[in-house]
Design a protein around this ligand. Structure first.
Ligand code: C2E
Ligand code: CA
Ligand code: CA
Ligand code: CA
Length: 279
């Protein structure tokens, strides 16, 4: 029994109901996953182009699902953001990543800085500074070995308040990086105001820089601009030796990408770090 005039609407509603039942099931299992801590962190090395050494790593979360296997962030981060569960997941990731970094330090694997991705939801909750303090305190990791990766849109969401918060985090020695740079909409006059140490050039500019003169020109311009603002620059998505050489010639400070290493489990990262001690 259809209401007159509402046929296509009802049809869509039927589909939407199926989608939301699935979504609810996923959300429920995501809640359980937090409770049981089914998350695993992979680490992707970043290489400093000056020394040729791995001096920092990015923590990238995966979900070890009981039946579906190891799920990439694209399978659950969007829902986690939408439902607000990302804050709890982000806290687990930060806690575990800081604990690992502290262990690498104690095992003599070097002063490796660990980067964690922050989502806007964690900022909106307003207690991000307290959480970071608690994690640094409980893990014993020195503040300068923690880096936060933020996006322009996150900072822009409540710019004045967020800039104040970031300045506060920075005075404690925490490193700040602007992620996916070049994909956002903020103007250069804003960039000058963002209190960040490092710019990460988005991989969309890097992937084709050896065949696209435009992408190469943009990359070079971002590097020069960041340096004139006294920021470090690192390039994401470096997949080939040709990319590396171009970036080195452009004066880029560091690189991250499959050419150096894919994200790897913690045990594998330890081997990589151990290998470079003897070099
Ligand atoms: P992102 O922060 O931009 O992380 C870099 C992504 O690029 C990673 O994907 C990494 O595997 C991939 N990547 C690195 N090098 C290369 C390369 O040379 N070529 C190509 N094609 N890809 C490369 P991943 O691990 O699937 O993570 C995807 C996104 O999920 C991340 O993008 C980040 O936005 C989000 N994410 C991951 N972990 C967390 C987390 O703990 N919290 C939050 N809020 N977001 C996270
Ligand atoms: Ca990132
Ligand atoms: Ca610093
Ligand atoms: Ca990125």
């Amino acid at each position: 029994a259809k209401r007159s005039g509402g046929n296509s609407y009802q049809y869509y509603r039927g589909n939407m109901r199926v989608a939301s039942v699935e979504q609810l099931a996923l959300e429920t299992s995501l809640r359980k996953a937090i409770f049981k801590n089914e998350f695993v962190i992979y680490y992707q090395p970043k290489m400093d182009l000056g020394s040729g050494r791995i001096t920092s790593v990015e923590a990238l979360v995966r979900w070890q699902h009981p039946t579906m296997g190891l799920l990439p962030p694209s399978d659950f981060i969007p829902l986690a953001e939408e439902s607000g569960l990302i804050s709890a997941i982000g806290e687990l990731v930060m806690e575990r990543a800081c604990r690992h970094a502290r262990q690498w330090h104690q095992q003599g694997l070097g002063d490796i800085c660990v980067s964690v991705n922050l989502s806007a939801h964690q900022f909106r909750k307003g207690n991000v500074a307290q959480i970071i303090d608690r994690v640094l305190d409980s893990t014993g990791l020195p503040a300068h070995l923690l880096e936060l990766e933020l996006t322009e849109s996150l900072i822009m969401e409540d710019m004045d308040q967020n800039i104040t918060l970031l300045q506060e985090l920075r005075t404690r020695g925490i490193e700040l990086a602007l992620d996916d740079f070049g994909t956002g909409y903020s103007s250069l006059s804003y960039l000058k105001r963002f209190p960040v140490d490092t710019l990460k050039i988005d991989r969309s500019f890097i992937m084709e820089m050896d065949t696209s003169p435009d992408d190469a020109a943009i990359t070079r311009a971002i590097i020069d601009m960041a340096h004139s603002l006294k920021m470090r620059v690192i390039a994401e998505g470096v997949e080939t030796a040709a990319h590396l050489e171009m970036l080195r010639e452009m004066g880029c400070d560091g690189i991250q990408g499959f050419y150096i290493s894919k994200p790897v489990p913690e045990t594998r990262l330890q081997e990589i770090l151990r290998d470079q001690i003897h070099k």
